[in-house]
Write a protein that binds this ligand. Structure first.
Ligand code: NDP
Length: 386
Protein backbone atom coordinates (compact mmCIF):
# COMPACT_ATOMS: atom_id res chain seq x y z
CA UNK A 1 0.00 0.00 0.00
CA UNK A 2 1.45 3.37 -0.95
CA UNK A 3 1.09 6.32 1.40
CA UNK A 4 -0.48 9.60 0.28
CA UNK A 5 1.84 12.49 1.01
CA UNK A 6 1.80 16.28 0.71
CA UNK A 7 5.06 18.23 0.57
CA UNK A 8 4.77 21.82 1.81
CA UNK A 9 7.83 23.72 0.60
CA UNK A 10 8.54 21.16 -2.13
CA UNK A 11 10.94 23.45 -4.03
CA UNK A 12 13.29 24.00 -1.06
CA UNK A 13 16.22 22.06 0.30
CA UNK A 14 14.15 19.72 2.52
CA UNK A 15 11.52 19.44 -0.20
CA UNK A 16 14.13 18.29 -2.71
CA UNK A 17 15.66 15.76 -0.31
CA UNK A 18 12.17 14.39 0.33
CA UNK A 19 11.51 14.09 -3.40
CA UNK A 20 14.78 12.28 -3.85
CA UNK A 21 13.61 9.63 -1.36
CA UNK A 22 10.16 9.44 -2.93
CA UNK A 23 11.72 8.91 -6.37
CA UNK A 24 14.01 6.18 -4.95
CA UNK A 25 10.98 4.27 -3.54
CA UNK A 26 8.06 5.19 -5.80
CA UNK A 27 6.04 2.16 -4.70
CA UNK A 28 5.87 3.53 -1.14
CA UNK A 29 4.39 6.97 -1.85
CA UNK A 30 1.70 8.75 -3.80
CA UNK A 31 2.30 12.51 -3.97
CA UNK A 32 -1.07 14.24 -3.72
CA UNK A 33 -0.11 17.86 -3.05
CA UNK A 34 2.90 20.14 -3.41
CA UNK A 35 3.46 23.78 -2.47
CA UNK A 36 5.96 26.60 -3.08
CA UNK A 37 6.15 30.35 -2.46
CA UNK A 38 6.98 31.87 -5.84
CA UNK A 39 8.92 29.33 -7.87
CA UNK A 40 6.15 28.21 -10.25
CA UNK A 41 8.63 26.66 -12.72
CA UNK A 42 10.22 24.28 -10.19
CA UNK A 43 6.82 23.51 -8.65
CA UNK A 44 5.30 22.57 -12.02
CA UNK A 45 8.34 20.47 -12.87
CA UNK A 46 8.03 18.52 -9.59
CA UNK A 47 4.27 18.17 -10.06
CA UNK A 48 4.79 16.60 -13.49
CA UNK A 49 7.57 14.31 -12.27
CA UNK A 50 5.52 13.03 -9.32
CA UNK A 51 2.13 13.09 -11.05
CA UNK A 52 0.80 15.18 -8.16
CA UNK A 53 -2.87 16.09 -8.08
CA UNK A 54 -2.58 19.57 -6.57
CA UNK A 55 0.11 22.25 -6.81
CA UNK A 56 -0.25 25.40 -4.71
CA UNK A 57 1.76 28.57 -5.13
CA UNK A 58 1.60 30.99 -2.18
CA UNK A 59 2.14 34.04 -4.40
CA UNK A 60 -1.22 34.63 -6.11
CA UNK A 61 0.38 36.70 -8.86
CA UNK A 62 2.09 33.53 -10.10
CA UNK A 63 -1.10 31.45 -10.43
CA UNK A 64 -1.59 32.06 -14.15
CA UNK A 65 2.03 31.05 -14.83
CA UNK A 66 1.56 27.87 -12.80
CA UNK A 67 -1.69 27.07 -14.63
CA UNK A 68 0.05 27.52 -17.96
CA UNK A 69 3.01 25.38 -16.91
CA UNK A 70 0.62 22.58 -15.90
CA UNK A 71 -1.46 22.52 -19.09
CA UNK A 72 -1.90 18.92 -20.23
CA UNK A 73 -1.06 17.43 -16.81
CA UNK A 74 -3.51 15.97 -14.27
CA UNK A 75 -2.48 18.52 -11.68
CA UNK A 76 -4.78 21.27 -10.42
CA UNK A 77 -3.17 24.66 -9.74
CA UNK A 78 -4.22 26.86 -6.82
CA UNK A 79 -2.78 29.90 -5.06
CA UNK A 80 -2.89 31.79 -1.77
CA UNK A 81 -3.08 31.11 1.93
CA UNK A 82 -6.35 29.15 1.96
CA UNK A 83 -5.05 26.90 -0.80
CA UNK A 84 -1.88 26.18 1.21
CA UNK A 85 -4.08 25.06 4.09
CA UNK A 86 -6.09 22.92 1.67
CA UNK A 87 -2.91 21.18 0.48
CA UNK A 88 -2.05 20.46 4.12
CA UNK A 89 -5.47 19.31 5.28
CA UNK A 90 -6.62 17.51 2.11
CA UNK A 91 -6.27 13.84 1.25
CA UNK A 92 -2.64 13.33 2.32
CA UNK A 93 -2.06 10.96 5.25
CA UNK A 94 1.44 12.29 5.83
CA UNK A 95 2.32 15.99 5.48
CA UNK A 96 5.96 17.00 5.12
CA UNK A 97 6.12 20.50 6.61
CA UNK A 98 9.14 22.13 4.93
CA UNK A 99 8.13 25.76 4.44
CA UNK A 100 10.71 28.10 5.95
CA UNK A 101 9.74 30.48 8.75
CA UNK A 102 6.52 31.44 10.51
CA UNK A 103 4.90 31.51 7.03
CA UNK A 104 4.45 27.75 7.51
CA UNK A 105 2.45 28.06 10.71
CA UNK A 106 -1.08 28.19 9.23
CA UNK A 107 -0.56 25.24 6.87
CA UNK A 108 1.06 23.16 9.65
CA UNK A 109 -1.84 23.96 11.97
CA UNK A 110 -4.30 23.01 9.20
CA UNK A 111 -2.61 19.59 8.99
CA UNK A 112 -2.62 19.23 12.78
CA UNK A 113 -6.28 20.25 13.05
CA UNK A 114 -7.10 17.65 10.39
CA UNK A 115 -5.41 14.97 12.53
CA UNK A 116 -2.62 14.23 10.06
CA UNK A 117 0.79 12.74 10.67
CA UNK A 118 3.11 15.72 10.24
CA UNK A 119 6.80 15.30 9.47
CA UNK A 120 7.96 18.62 10.87
CA UNK A 121 11.02 20.36 9.46
CA UNK A 122 9.48 23.84 9.79
CA UNK A 123 10.76 24.45 13.34
CA UNK A 124 9.63 28.11 13.35
CA UNK A 125 5.99 26.92 13.28
CA UNK A 126 6.43 24.97 16.52
CA UNK A 127 8.63 27.62 18.14
CA UNK A 128 5.94 30.26 17.60
CA UNK A 129 2.81 28.18 18.29
CA UNK A 130 4.32 26.11 21.12
CA UNK A 131 1.72 24.45 23.31
CA UNK A 132 -1.11 25.68 21.05
CA UNK A 133 0.24 23.24 18.46
CA UNK A 134 1.09 20.31 20.74
CA UNK A 135 -2.28 20.62 22.54
CA UNK A 136 -4.11 20.71 19.20
CA UNK A 137 -2.16 17.64 18.07
CA UNK A 138 -3.23 15.75 21.20
CA UNK A 139 -6.86 16.90 20.86
CA UNK A 140 -7.07 16.02 17.15
CA UNK A 141 -5.05 12.79 17.25
CA UNK A 142 -2.33 14.26 15.02
CA UNK A 143 1.23 12.95 15.25
CA UNK A 144 4.25 15.26 15.07
CA UNK A 145 7.35 13.48 13.75
CA UNK A 146 10.55 15.51 14.04
CA UNK A 147 12.57 15.91 10.84
CA UNK A 148 15.21 18.26 12.23
CA UNK A 149 18.21 15.93 12.50
CA UNK A 150 18.75 16.65 16.22
CA UNK A 151 15.14 16.04 17.22
CA UNK A 152 14.90 13.07 14.94
CA UNK A 153 18.01 11.66 16.68
CA UNK A 154 16.42 12.23 20.10
CA UNK A 155 13.16 10.67 18.90
CA UNK A 156 15.13 7.59 17.80
CA UNK A 157 17.08 7.42 21.09
CA UNK A 158 13.88 7.74 23.13
CA UNK A 159 12.03 4.92 21.40
CA UNK A 160 10.13 3.01 24.07
CA UNK A 161 11.52 4.98 27.06
CA UNK A 162 9.41 6.11 30.01
CA UNK A 163 9.44 9.88 30.60
CA UNK A 164 10.61 9.25 34.20
CA UNK A 165 13.73 7.49 32.92
CA UNK A 166 15.03 10.50 30.97
CA UNK A 167 17.54 12.67 32.74
CA UNK A 168 18.37 15.17 29.98
CA UNK A 169 18.65 15.82 26.28
CA UNK A 170 21.96 16.85 24.72
CA UNK A 171 21.47 18.78 21.48
CA UNK A 172 24.62 18.75 19.37
CA UNK A 173 25.62 21.68 17.16
CA UNK A 174 28.35 21.82 14.53
CA UNK A 175 29.21 25.37 15.57
CA UNK A 176 28.66 26.58 12.00
CA UNK A 177 31.15 28.31 9.70
CA UNK A 178 32.29 30.79 12.39
CA UNK A 179 32.91 28.35 15.24
CA UNK A 180 36.48 29.53 15.72
CA UNK A 181 36.07 33.06 14.30
CA UNK A 182 37.11 36.11 16.35
CA UNK A 183 34.61 38.82 17.35
CA UNK A 184 36.16 41.07 14.67
CA UNK A 185 35.71 38.43 11.97
CA UNK A 186 32.09 37.95 13.03
CA UNK A 187 31.39 41.68 12.76
CA UNK A 188 32.76 41.69 9.18
CA UNK A 189 31.16 38.38 8.06
CA UNK A 190 29.47 38.47 4.64
CA UNK A 191 26.30 36.61 3.60
CA UNK A 192 28.42 34.37 1.31
CA UNK A 193 30.61 33.33 4.24
CA UNK A 194 27.61 32.85 6.54
CA UNK A 195 25.71 30.51 4.21
CA UNK A 196 28.79 28.33 3.54
CA UNK A 197 28.07 25.69 6.19
CA UNK A 198 30.97 23.28 6.77
CA UNK A 199 28.86 20.08 6.96
CA UNK A 200 25.29 20.60 5.72
CA UNK A 201 23.79 21.95 2.49
CA UNK A 202 20.62 23.88 3.41
CA UNK A 203 18.41 26.85 2.52
CA UNK A 204 19.79 30.37 3.06
CA UNK A 205 17.79 31.26 6.19
CA UNK A 206 18.68 28.17 8.21
CA UNK A 207 22.30 28.46 7.03
CA UNK A 208 22.54 31.96 8.53
CA UNK A 209 20.76 30.67 11.67
CA UNK A 210 23.43 27.97 11.91
CA UNK A 211 26.15 30.61 11.63
CA UNK A 212 24.70 32.78 14.44
CA UNK A 213 23.73 29.61 16.39
CA UNK A 214 20.14 30.90 16.49
CA UNK A 215 19.30 27.63 14.77
CA UNK A 216 20.37 25.82 17.95
CA UNK A 217 18.37 28.31 20.02
CA UNK A 218 15.24 27.61 17.95
CA UNK A 219 15.97 23.89 18.32
CA UNK A 220 16.18 24.26 22.08
CA UNK A 221 12.64 25.67 22.09
CA UNK A 222 11.52 23.04 19.57
CA UNK A 223 12.94 20.26 21.80
CA UNK A 224 11.08 21.64 24.81
CA UNK A 225 7.74 21.43 23.00
CA UNK A 226 8.39 18.10 21.31
CA UNK A 227 9.76 16.21 24.30
CA UNK A 228 8.26 18.09 27.26
CA UNK A 229 11.54 18.77 29.12
CA UNK A 230 12.29 22.11 30.81
CA UNK A 231 15.12 24.35 29.60
CA UNK A 232 17.40 23.22 32.46
CA UNK A 233 17.30 19.63 31.18
CA UNK A 234 18.24 20.46 27.58
CA UNK A 235 21.98 20.95 27.06
CA UNK A 236 23.76 22.29 23.97
CA UNK A 237 27.10 20.79 23.00
CA UNK A 238 29.34 21.77 20.11
CA UNK A 239 30.40 18.78 18.02
CA UNK A 240 32.12 20.02 14.85
CA UNK A 241 31.98 16.79 12.84
CA UNK A 242 28.13 16.55 12.85
CA UNK A 243 28.30 12.77 13.16
CA UNK A 244 26.40 12.48 16.44
CA UNK A 245 23.09 14.20 15.76
CA UNK A 246 22.05 14.42 19.43
CA UNK A 247 21.94 12.33 22.61
CA UNK A 248 19.71 11.39 25.52
CA UNK A 249 21.04 10.81 29.03
CA UNK A 250 18.98 8.48 31.21
CA UNK A 251 18.67 8.43 35.01
CA UNK A 252 21.03 5.45 35.31
CA UNK A 253 23.82 7.43 33.62
CA UNK A 254 23.50 5.72 30.22
CA UNK A 255 23.76 8.03 27.21
CA UNK A 256 22.27 6.99 23.87
CA UNK A 257 23.34 8.76 20.69
CA UNK A 258 22.20 8.57 17.07
CA UNK A 259 24.97 8.76 14.47
CA UNK A 260 24.93 9.13 10.69
CA UNK A 261 26.37 11.07 7.77
CA UNK A 262 25.28 14.71 7.70
CA UNK A 263 22.59 14.05 5.08
CA UNK A 264 19.02 15.19 5.73
CA UNK A 265 17.70 12.25 3.73
CA UNK A 266 18.39 10.03 6.78
CA UNK A 267 16.09 11.83 9.28
CA UNK A 268 13.54 12.56 6.53
CA UNK A 269 13.47 8.85 5.65
CA UNK A 270 12.91 7.97 9.30
CA UNK A 271 9.87 10.25 9.39
CA UNK A 272 8.59 9.04 6.00
CA UNK A 273 8.79 5.35 6.87
CA UNK A 274 8.01 5.56 10.61
CA UNK A 275 7.38 3.29 12.45
CA UNK A 276 9.39 1.25 9.93
CA UNK A 277 12.65 2.21 8.22
CA UNK A 278 13.42 2.57 4.54
CA UNK A 279 16.59 2.43 2.44
CA UNK A 280 18.27 5.71 1.52
CA UNK A 281 21.07 6.58 -0.92
CA UNK A 282 22.88 8.43 1.93
CA UNK A 283 26.56 7.73 2.33
CA UNK A 284 27.34 5.22 5.09
CA UNK A 285 29.43 6.34 8.04
CA UNK A 286 33.08 5.39 7.89
CA UNK A 287 34.15 5.94 11.49
CA UNK A 288 37.70 4.78 10.88
CA UNK A 289 38.06 7.49 8.22
CA UNK A 290 36.44 10.10 10.48
CA UNK A 291 38.82 8.88 13.21
CA UNK A 292 37.82 11.31 15.94
CA UNK A 293 34.77 13.00 17.38
CA UNK A 294 35.33 16.33 19.16
CA UNK A 295 33.17 18.18 21.66
CA UNK A 296 33.32 21.62 23.26
CA UNK A 297 31.06 23.94 25.26
CA UNK A 298 29.34 26.69 23.22
CA UNK A 299 30.75 30.22 23.50
CA UNK A 300 27.85 32.30 24.78
CA UNK A 301 29.74 35.58 24.36
CA UNK A 302 30.48 35.33 20.64
CA UNK A 303 27.09 33.65 20.03
CA UNK A 304 24.56 35.55 22.20
CA UNK A 305 21.59 34.06 20.31
CA UNK A 306 21.91 30.93 22.46
CA UNK A 307 21.38 32.96 25.63
CA UNK A 308 18.51 34.91 24.03
CA UNK A 309 16.71 31.75 22.94
CA UNK A 310 17.08 30.17 26.36
CA UNK A 311 15.76 33.34 28.01
CA UNK A 312 12.82 33.42 25.58
CA UNK A 313 11.99 29.78 26.32
CA UNK A 314 12.16 30.39 30.07
CA UNK A 315 10.09 33.61 29.81
CA UNK A 316 7.46 31.75 27.73
CA UNK A 317 4.31 33.55 26.54
CA UNK A 318 5.01 35.73 23.53
CA UNK A 319 8.81 35.71 23.91
CA UNK A 320 9.57 32.81 21.50
CA UNK A 321 7.35 34.47 18.85
CA UNK A 322 9.17 37.79 19.24
CA UNK A 323 12.55 36.02 19.16
CA UNK A 324 11.63 34.22 15.95
CA UNK A 325 10.03 37.18 14.17
CA UNK A 326 12.92 39.53 14.98
CA UNK A 327 15.37 36.89 13.81
CA UNK A 328 13.52 36.31 10.52
CA UNK A 329 13.52 40.04 9.73
CA UNK A 330 17.15 40.49 10.78
CA UNK A 331 18.37 37.47 8.78
CA UNK A 332 16.56 38.71 5.66
CA UNK A 333 18.17 42.16 6.13
CA UNK A 334 21.59 40.60 6.60
CA UNK A 335 21.15 38.48 3.45
CA UNK A 336 20.12 41.64 1.58
CA UNK A 337 23.33 43.34 2.72
CA UNK A 338 21.52 45.93 4.86
CA UNK A 339 22.93 45.01 8.30
CA UNK A 340 26.02 43.34 9.74
CA UNK A 341 26.14 39.74 10.92
CA UNK A 342 26.46 40.79 14.56
CA UNK A 343 23.44 43.11 14.20
CA UNK A 344 21.19 40.03 13.95
CA UNK A 345 21.57 39.11 17.63
CA UNK A 346 21.38 42.79 18.59
CA UNK A 347 18.04 43.21 16.78
CA UNK A 348 16.64 40.13 18.48
CA UNK A 349 17.78 41.30 21.92
CA UNK A 350 16.22 44.75 21.41
CA UNK A 351 12.95 43.25 20.22
CA UNK A 352 12.79 41.01 23.30
CA UNK A 353 13.55 43.94 25.61
CA UNK A 354 10.83 46.07 23.97
CA UNK A 355 8.20 43.32 23.89
CA UNK A 356 5.09 43.86 26.03
CA UNK A 357 2.78 41.26 24.51
CA UNK A 358 0.49 39.02 26.56
CA UNK A 359 0.72 35.26 26.01
CA UNK A 360 -1.25 34.30 22.87
CA UNK A 361 -4.41 32.23 23.30
CA UNK A 362 -4.89 31.38 19.64
CA UNK A 363 -2.95 31.03 16.39
CA UNK A 364 -4.51 34.32 15.23
CA UNK A 365 -2.91 36.01 18.26
CA UNK A 366 0.43 34.32 17.52
CA UNK A 367 0.29 35.76 14.00
CA UNK A 368 -0.65 39.22 15.35
CA UNK A 369 2.42 39.21 17.61
CA UNK A 370 4.56 37.96 14.72
CA UNK A 371 3.30 40.74 12.42
CA UNK A 372 3.65 43.52 15.01
CA UNK A 373 7.20 42.42 15.89
CA UNK A 374 8.23 42.31 12.23
CA UNK A 375 6.93 45.84 11.64
CA UNK A 376 8.69 47.15 14.72
CA UNK A 377 12.04 45.48 13.98
CA UNK A 378 11.85 46.55 10.36
CA UNK A 379 11.22 50.21 11.20
CA UNK A 380 13.94 50.22 13.90
CA UNK A 381 16.41 48.83 11.38
CA UNK A 382 15.44 51.37 8.73
CA UNK A 383 15.80 54.19 11.29
CA UNK A 384 19.26 52.88 12.32
CA UNK A 385 20.37 52.76 8.67
CA UNK A 386 19.66 56.49 8.15
P1 NDP B 1 14.44 26.60 1.66
O1 NDP B 1 14.60 28.06 1.71
O2 NDP B 1 15.42 25.80 0.88
O3 NDP B 1 12.97 26.24 1.09
C1 NDP B 1 11.83 26.86 1.64
C2 NDP B 1 10.57 26.35 0.97
O4 NDP B 1 9.46 27.07 1.52
C3 NDP B 1 10.53 26.58 -0.53
O5 NDP B 1 9.73 25.59 -1.12
C4 NDP B 1 9.85 27.95 -0.63
O6 NDP B 1 9.25 28.16 -1.92
C5 NDP B 1 8.81 27.82 0.47
N1 NDP B 1 8.42 29.10 1.05
C6 NDP B 1 9.23 30.12 1.41
N2 NDP B 1 8.51 31.15 1.90
C7 NDP B 1 7.22 30.77 1.82
C8 NDP B 1 5.99 31.43 2.11
N3 NDP B 1 5.96 32.69 2.58
N4 NDP B 1 4.83 30.76 1.92
C9 NDP B 1 4.84 29.50 1.43
N5 NDP B 1 5.98 28.85 1.09
C10 NDP B 1 7.15 29.46 1.31
O7 NDP B 1 14.37 26.10 3.17
P2 NDP B 1 14.89 24.72 3.78
O8 NDP B 1 14.37 23.57 2.99
O9 NDP B 1 16.33 24.82 4.08
O10 NDP B 1 14.16 24.75 5.21
C11 NDP B 1 12.77 24.49 5.35
C12 NDP B 1 12.46 24.32 6.83
O11 NDP B 1 13.13 23.15 7.31
C13 NDP B 1 12.98 25.48 7.71
O12 NDP B 1 12.08 25.70 8.75
C14 NDP B 1 14.30 24.95 8.27
O13 NDP B 1 14.62 25.50 9.51
C15 NDP B 1 13.98 23.46 8.40
N6 NDP B 1 15.14 22.60 8.35
C16 NDP B 1 15.92 22.59 7.21
C17 NDP B 1 17.05 21.79 7.13
C18 NDP B 1 17.86 21.71 5.88
O14 NDP B 1 18.78 20.89 5.80
N7 NDP B 1 17.60 22.50 4.88
C19 NDP B 1 17.47 20.96 8.29
C20 NDP B 1 16.55 21.02 9.40
C21 NDP B 1 15.44 21.82 9.43
P3 NDP B 1 10.07 28.89 -3.14
O15 NDP B 1 11.08 27.89 -3.61
O16 NDP B 1 9.04 29.19 -4.15
O17 NDP B 1 10.71 30.13 -2.55
Amino acid sequence: MSRKIAILGATGSIGKSTLDLVECSPERFEVVALTAATNAEALADIARRTNAKLAVIADETRLSDLQELLVGSNCRAMAGEAALAEAAAGEAELVIAAIVGCAGLRPVMAAVEAGKTVALANKEALVTAGALMTDAATARGATLLPVDSEHNAIFQCLAGSRADDISKIILTASGGPFRTASAETLAAATPEQAVAHPNWSMGAKISVDSATLMNKGLELIEAHYLFGLPSARIDILIHPQSVIHSMVEFVDGSVLAQLGSPDMRIPIAYALAWPERMETPAQRLDLAAIARLDFEAPDMTRFPTLRLAREALEAGGAAPIVLNAANEVAVASFLAGAIRFTDIARAVEEALEDSRFAAPRSIAEVLDIDRATRQRVDSTMKANCH
